[in-house]
Design a protein around this ligand. Structure first.
Ligand code: KG4
Ligand code: ZN
Length: 347
């Protein structure tokens, strides 16, 4: 089966063509157009995002089809939730029109399920069963993935998503948007100095019966950073202090995520950990995961950067799985700002 994937949930207009069956797939093309305009505003402006998708969608899809040799596709998979509704609608409307015109089926895909499939695009072993950690700008989810389409949601964030915490703290430190990569770079130049922030929702006495055993929370950490930023030395030491704060913030967030992931892998006896979402670009996070798991015979898989952040290849990949099971959407497919992950089984 050859699938055209389309992704417009936030500030990337992306299209991809993927072919194959089961877990054996070939990515024939991938085009990702990032909307730079939001940098000026220090965050994504939904109305501007929708308009930019409108301008870009036709050339982006045409480029992806041409790069894949212009052979016909058998189906279209499109992100229809969660995300910015106006942005999603551009992809959904285009996908439905494309499907109708070509007489092929269309299927709506959950954006976070796409992130879960992304690592398998270039790591054939990043397939179930595994412990999954999705860390993006809008979501943080810890999952036990018994099989594709069967997800046990163990934990999530109580407030800010991991990427959101990176972006907000980066803003406090005066770094450009999106802040994650800038903060990671700054953090590398320091060892944290005199700063050490508490590990949110991480206590030794927690047991699996506790509601916060797997959950995370980053808003308190953000406040601690704000106080540190206000109280830091003025003058010559200012830059060094910013780097130290960035390092200490990243350490706290990473240790929390690593520990919660370790709990999940241990509880379900998994020997694979799969990371996904934009924050999985963070080399310190991936290194800390590997350091934590390497002695235990657990392999840690992280997506290549172009598959970690928003892209249509992961949507085509997740779509292929559902299409092969005979699933189809109708032409009244709609876009939704939020929607539970499909395939959830009781935790
Ligand atoms: O998955 P994604 O592209 O979009 C959403 O679905 O939200 O994730 C974007 C998020 C942003 O918050 C961005 O700052 C973060 O991923 N990010 C990083 C890094 N690269 C991207 N965070 C930390 N370190 C990075 N190297
Ligand atoms: Zn995403």
């Amino acid at each position: 089966m050859r699938v055209l994937g389309i992704e417009t949930s936030c500030d990337e207009t992306s299209a991809a063509v993927l072919s194959g069956a089961g877990d054996v797939v070939t990515l024939e093309s991938l085009v990702i157009l990032s909307q730079d305009v939001h940098r000026v505003f220090g965050g994504v402006v939904p109305e501007i995002a929708s308009r930019a998708h409108l301008t870009a969608i036709v050339p982006v899809v045409e480029r992806a089809l041409a790069d894949a040799g212009a052979a016909p596709v058998d189906a279209v998979a499109v992100t229809n939730a969660p995300g910015l509704v106006g942005a999603l609608l551009v992809g959904v409307s285009y996908a439905k029109a494309f499907a109708f015109a070509r007489g092929v089926p269309v299927l709506g895909v959950h954006h976070m399920e796409g992130h879960l499939f992304a690592t398998a695009l270039d790591h054939p072993d990043a397939v179930p069963p595994f412990t999954g950690l999705l860390v993006s700008g809008g979501h943080t989810m810890l999952l036990d993935v018994e099989a594709w389409g069967r997800y046990r949601l163990l934990g999530r964030t109580r407030d800010d998503a991991a990427g959101e915490a990176f972006d907000k703290v980066a803003k406090l430190l005066g770094l450009p948007y999106p802040g994650g990569p800038h903060l990671e770079r700054l953090a590398k130049t320091s060892d944290g100095g005199r700063y050490r922030f508490a590990r949110p929702m991480l206590r030794r006495d927690q047991t699996p019966a506790d509601a916060d055993y797997y959950d995370v929370s980053f808003s308190g950490l953000k406040t601690a950073v704000l106080n540190a930023v206000k109280g830091r030395d003025a003058g010559a030491g200012r830059e060094a202090e910013a780097a130290a704060i960035a390092h200490a913030f990243q350490d706290s967030l990473i240790e929390t995520l690593v520990e919660k992931t370790a709990r999940a892998a241990r509880a379900f006896g998994r020997d694979r950990v799969v990371l996904g979402g934009g924050v999985a670009c963070n080399r310190s996070l991936v290194a800390a995961m590997r350091a934590r798991f390497e002695d235990r015979g657990v392999r840690v898989f992280a997506p290549a950067p172009r598959f970690a952040t928003d892209n249509a290849a992961m949507i085509a990949r997740a779509g292929l799985f559902h299409l092969e099971r005979g699933e189809r959407s109708s032409l009244d497919l709609n876009a939704f700002a939020s929607q539970p992950l499909p395939g959830l089984v009781a935790a």
